[in-house]
Ligand binder design. Structure first.
Ligand code: KIV
Ligand code: ZN
Length: 547
């Protein structure tokens, strides 16, 4: 049987696989904010990125390792293809963390060997041993993945896994890369590894899976029953194509159905010891932060974090819930931190009350950022009677988004529209050198006019593919959150902003998306799974100790 850490480890890959979702790219400040929140959530391992992808990606992993990888914080992991250059970059990037991991991978399915790697099974076996050994010479904690494990010949995969463990891998990850497996098959795959890999007792078995058939979470739960003890997942289930297994669904399934899963971990049915180390009350906040910063909206009926997940709206249900909560509820909303959207501050609240509430919400801002956020809060308090925690979160996440990519800053926006009028907008931006630029345009509506005026100023070709507005809280004076997605050369860039005036929110969201597009044009990061694997020996291997 595989090595057992005594509970289910949660490996969060929102910042790596999640960021591979079209349009979800994040700037440094956003990645740091998410990593800090993931640490508060209590995940065991954060996969912070693919350091070899670009200098920006390297820097982000290094900063996260430095600031979030504290001795009592999570392990910080970086992804590396089974190539020496990737592995060295990864080791350097995670170096500042107290607990660091290199996650290296190579495909093991015949379809990937033939059409992607163009390598024989013998070559893949040799690369695995060589590269895991190299990674292990740089860090003590090495994870190895058999990419496309779900479609690999199990007998060949057992050989590769055995070689990886012999070379020093401490975690073996089994990815269903294309989301093809069914729960029973995936469970059998894990059972087969436990039964046929002679040295599997030296490694933790991990699973990773995509949601192409909507089965990722079910597959993982079956894997846990068969000995998997690490789950690779993302907040809100974001990730390539249909996404990854969703962290909140896995954690809550293991929490709510603890007595069902307990015996599979060798515990008494009635044991109340948590199966994961996640602080479930942080789930809702983490979900909102990731959704706001990535621009990936959460569908209303999404389990655990969807807007309707805890809304008992139909009359019949309300009556049932009022008589006895358990008639229609299996989770108390407070367990996921959804208890109260409490009114926290008002017009007369001072800077220290504002800072204290932000700190309680988990946001520790620098002096400068706090000044900016406080100015926005005061502006909002002039227009909105009651400021809730959700409003504060919207202010802070928008501020994080505006840092980092700053080609343009929105200064002023003015529109005239109404019955019998041609919607017209005038916008003023400052560019990176501080020069003020103003343009006006006519559109089919006020938002269209604003976008046209902004496009005239920025002069970067793009296509608007999504525009959505939703209110942060209830009430006529609620802030509206706008998400905009722009496409250029098939690549998506998203922007998000909130304001009580939705035209202003739309203008700011458009500027945020434009800034990302411009930053994206400067450097196109390498895709870890789609870029060709460098030839073995791409970097001279330094003298290193044998493991
Ligand atoms: O889906 C996949 O196979 C991956 C690997 C790199 C682990 O993301
Ligand atoms: Zn993946």
């Amino acid at each position: 049987m595989a090595r057992d850490p005594g509970r289910v480890l949660i490996f969060d890959t929102t910042l790596r696989d999640g960021e591979q979702s079209p349009g979800a790219s994040l700037n440094l400040e956003e990645k740091l904010a998410i990593a800090q929140q993931l640490a508060r959530l209590g995940v065991d391992i954060i996969e912070a990125g693919f350091p070899f992808a670009s200098p920006g990606d390297f820097n982000a992993v290094q900063r996260i390792a430095d600031s979030v990888g504290t001795p009592d914080g999570p392990t910080i992991c970086g992804l590396a293809r089974a190539a020496a250059g990737d592995i060295k970059a990864c080791a350097d990037a995670v170096a500042p963390a107290a607990r660091k991991r290199i996650h290296t991978f190579i495909a093991t399915s015949d379809i990937h060997l033939e059409h992607k790697l163009r390598k024989s099974r013998a070559e893949v076996l040799a690369i695995t041993a060589e590269m895991v050994e190299y990674a292990r010479s740089l860090v003590d904690d090495v994870e190895f993945s058999c990419e496309d494990a779900g479609r690999s010949d199990p007998a060949f995969m057992y050989e590769v896994i055995e070689a990886a463990i012999r070379a020093g891998a401490t975690t073996i990850n089994i990815p269903d890369t294309v989301g093809y497996a069914t729960p029973a098959e995936f469970g059998e795959l894990i059972a087969g590894i436990n039964a046929h890999v002679p040295n599997i007792d030296q490694a933790v078995i991990s699973v990773h899976g995509h949601n192409d058939l909507g089965l990722a979470v079910a597959n993982f739960l079956e894997a846990v029953k068969n000995g998997a003890r690490q789950l690779e997942c993302t907040i809100n289930g974001i990730g390539e194509r249909a996404g990854n297994a969703s962290l909140e669904e896995l954690v809550m399934a293991l929490h709510v159905r603890r007595s069902y899963f307990n015996p599979f971990l060798g515990r008494a049915v009635e044991s109340t010891e948590p199966l994961t180390a996640v602080r479930t009350e942080e789930i809702t906040k983490t979900s909102r932060l990731v959704s706001n910063l990535t621009g990936m909206a959460v569908q209303p009926n999404k389990a655990i974090v969807g807007a309707n997940a805890f809304a008992h709206e139909s009359g019949i249900h309300q009556d049932g819930v009022l008589k006895h909560r358990l008639t229609y509820e299996i989770i108390d909303a407070r367990t996921v931190g959804l208890a109260d959207n409490r009114i926290s501050l008002g017009k007369l609240s001072g800077r220290s009350a504002f800072r204290a509430r932000l700190e309680e919400l988990g946001y520790a801002l620098s002096r400068e950022d706090l000044d900016d956020a406080f100015a926005r809060f005061k502006e909002l308090a002039d227009r909105k009677r009651e400021i809730t925690d959700r409003d504060l979160e919207a202010i802070v996440s928008e501020q994080v988004q505006q840092q980092g990519d700053g080609s343009y800053t929105l200064r002023r926006v003015q529109v005239s529209c109404g019955t019998g009028l041609q919607p017209t907008a005038t916008v003023t931006l400052t560019d990176a050198d501080g020069a003020e630029l103003t343009e006006a345009a006519i559109g089919t509506g006020p938002v269209d006019a604003v976008c046209q005026a902004l496009n005239r100023l920025a002069q970067v070709p793009n296509e608007l593919v999504e525009f959505s507005v939703k209110s942060v809280t209830e009430g006529i004076d609620a802030m509206g959150e706008v998400t905009i997605r722009l496409r250029q050369n098939g690549v998506l860039y998203s922007g998000h902003a909130a304001d009580t005036d939705i035209v202003v929110a739309a203008a700011q969201a458009f500027v945020n998306a434009l800034n990302r597009l411009i930053a994206g044009n400067r450097s196109v990061p390498l895709h870890p799974q789609k870029a060709p694997l460098p030839v073995l020996g791409d970097l001279p291997l330094p003298e290193r100790p044998r493991v």
